[in-house]
Design a protein around this ligand. Structure first.
Ligand code: APR
Length: 263
C-alpha cells in the first residue's frame, strides 16, 4: 500500500517546490496515509505576523541576548527580566494574531479524518484558535499563567501596572506556562508526541529549524518506525537532508495546496 522510503540519501534529499510534480507524489502519500502526524514550529505562524526565532527576522536572530534570558534562573533572579517577560506577554503579537491559511489547512485535514495528532512547539495558541483539537503542546502556551514556585495554573491575578503579579497562595512571581531553556518539557506531552510519530505513516514537519530537542528528534523516531517524513519550509534546515521529501515553500501556500488536491 505504501511507497517504501527512498533507498538512497540522495533520493531522500530530493527538494520539491510547491509546483513541482513531486508534490503530486507527496499528495498521493497523504491521500493513501492512514495516520498523518504534523509537527509545527514558529514558521507556521510567521504568516500571522508572529516572528520566528532563528529565521532572518527571528526574535533570537535580532536579539541574541533575549535567547539567553529565556530561562527560569534569569526570571527569578532579575526583576527587570521578570517585568520584560510580562511586558512581552501583554504586548506580544500573539494576543491579536489570527490563524492563517496554514493553520486552517491542518483543520481541514483533521475534519477529513486524516490527521492523527498535531504536535506543536509553538506557544501562541493559534492552532487551537483555528479549530485544531488533536493537539500536543510541547512547549506550553503563553495564554496560560502559573505560579513560578508551585507550578499551579492561575486564572485571575492583580498587579500594579508594570509590576509582575504574584501567587496569592505563596507570593512567588507568576509566569507564563511555557517551557524555557534548561526546563523539562511536560512528560505527558513528550510521551504523546513520541507515541504519535511512532504510529504514523506520514510526518509533515512544518516551519521548524529542527534545531531544538527533543522536538528535533521526532522525525528520526518517525523514520525509524517506517514513516515518510516531508519537510515544508522555504529554507534549508538541519532536517532537510534526512527528509524523504522537502517542499520548499511557505506553510500558508503549501499546506492549502496539498489539502485542496486531496481526492
Ligand atoms: N512557512 C514555513 N516555514 C517557515 C515560514 C513559513 N511561512 N517562515 C519561516 N519558516 C521557517 C524558517 O525557515 C525556520 O526554518 O520556520 C523555521 C523557524 O525556525 P525557528 O525560528 O528555529 O523556530 P522553531 O523551530 O519553532 O524553534 C523551536 O526553539 O526558541 C525555541 O521554544 C522555542 O519552540 C521554539 C523552539
Amino acid at each position: 500500500m505504501f511507497r517504501t522510503r527512498p533507498t538512497t540519501r540522495r533520493e531522500a534529499g530530493r527538494v520539491a517546490t510547491v509546483a513541482d510534480p513531486q508534490r503530486e507524489e507527496v499528495r498521493r502519500w497523504i491521500d493513501e496515509a492512514r495516520r498523518i502526524v504534523v509537527l509545527t514550529g514558529a514558521g507556521i505562524s510567521t504568516d500571522s505576523g508572529i516572528p520566528d526565532f532563528r529565521g532572518p527576522q527571528g526574535v533570537w536572530t535580532r536579539n541574541p541576548a533575549a535567547e539567553k534570558a529565556a530561562n527560569l534562573q534569569t526570571f527569578l533572579s532579575d526583576p527587570e527580566a521578570r517585568r520584560a517577560s510580562w511586558r512581552y506577554r501583554l504586548e506580544a503579537p500573539t494576543r491579536s494574531a489570527k490563524p492563517n491559511a496554514g493553520h486552517r489547512a491542518l483543520v481541514v485535514l483533521q475534519r477529513r479524518g486524516k490527521l492523527d495528532t498535531l504536535i506543536t512547539q509553538n506557544v501562541d495558541g493559534l492552532h487551537q484558535r483555528a479549530g485544531s483539537r488533536k493537539l500536543v503542546e510541547l512547549h506550553g502556551n503563553i495564554g496560560r499563567v502559573k505560579c513560578s514556585r508551585e507550578d499551579t495554573l492561575v486564572e485571575r491575578w492583580e498587579a500594579p501596572a508594570g509590576e509582575v503579579p504574584r501567587c496569592a497562595h505563596c507570593g512567588a512571581p507568576l509566569r507564563p506556562d511555557v517551557v524555557w531553556f534548561e526546563e523539562m518539557l511536560p512528560e505527558h506531552a513528550v510521551a504523546a508526541a513520541e507515541d504519535a510519530v511512532r504510529r504514523c505513516d506520514v510526518l509533515l514537519v512544518v516551519g521548524t529549524s529542527a534545531e531544538v530537542y527533543p522536538a528535533a528528534a521526532l522525525p528520526v523516531h518517525a523514520q525509524r518506525s517506517g514513516a515518510i517524513v516531508v519537510e515544508i519550509n522555504p529554507n534549508t534546515t538541519a532536517l532537510s537532508a534526512a527528509a524523504d521529501h522537502v517542499l520548499r515553500g511557505a506553510a500558508g501556500v503549501v499546506l492549502p495546496a496539498l489539502v485542496a488536491a486531496l481526492d
